[in-house]
Design a protein around this ligand. Sequence first.
Ligand code: ATP
Ligand code: MG
Length: 276
Amino acid sequence: MSEFIDESEVVPRLARLMAAGTPTLLTGPTGCGKTTAVYAVASALGRPVVDIVGHQAISAAELVGTFLLSREGTHFQSGPLLRAMTAGAVFYFDEMNGVPEEVLKVLYPALDHRRAVTPPLTGTTICAASGFCFVGAYNPLSHGRRALPPAFRQRCAFLRFDYLSMSAESSLLVARTGIDAETARRLVTASMATREAKGTDALEMLGTRPLLQAAEQIVAGASFEEAVEMCLIGTLTDDPKRRDALREVMLEPALGPGLSAAEDESTFEFDPEDEP
Ligand SMILES: Nc1ncnc2c1ncn2[C@@H]1O[C@H](COP(=O)(O)OP(=O)(O)OP(=O)(O)O)[C@@H](O)[C@H]1O
Ligand SMILES: [Mg+2]
């Protein structure tokens, strides 16, 4: 797991929450480092991580466990939540937006003073070993978002994440891929227009992940134009007109010294209503 660049000092706060076993929710747009931060803190605390990705059809059995039939009869197979609780691990529940409320309810006793769950039909209550902690993550801009119920939110502390500054993100691209600093800065500038547009949503924002892919492609021999087309514009839209508009903004010549993306008049304004 790569090192986390902690510009907004979320790491010490996350470390304190995780060390205290306080259930925590991380929010922030896609690719802003939520998962990276959790793994970095877990590693510093010497705790294993059990992770799971939420979705709209997830069931309580997928979380807690289920009975399986075998030649020897039936046996209970623990799900990721129980495994994390018994191992004293960090339970990292990503993409919580779409998770149905009845599944969230299964977590309630594990996230309050009881720190325990009773898997259905087992009649056995499993208490969390010391070291267990819950960290959830969701993207407030994500499509298909569903508000988390108050009973769930009020069991958790919140940490809000955001994208790195231009200079930190450029340095990250250089350090991780070996791309030259000027090209790294051009890639980050290209992504800035998508992040600054008002009223934008997840489909229109480029996170650090596609920038890293674009930088890798350039280091591997792709031109700037090819990398932007494949890794940045390609992720944003299938609409040819919007792709043309994005090309105009993202493939403009490098900005002169001292001129930031925010000051550049050609900064592209997105209108989510245009999305087909
Ligand atoms: N602050 C940061 N320090 C180091 N790497 C970062 C940082 N922010 C983003 N990255 C890098 O960007 C990529 C995406 O980060 P990560 O997967 O942690 O984002 P995320 O917020 O969990 O995204 P998602 O919401 O899509 O799950 C990773 O390669 C990660 O290392
Ligand atoms: Mg993540």
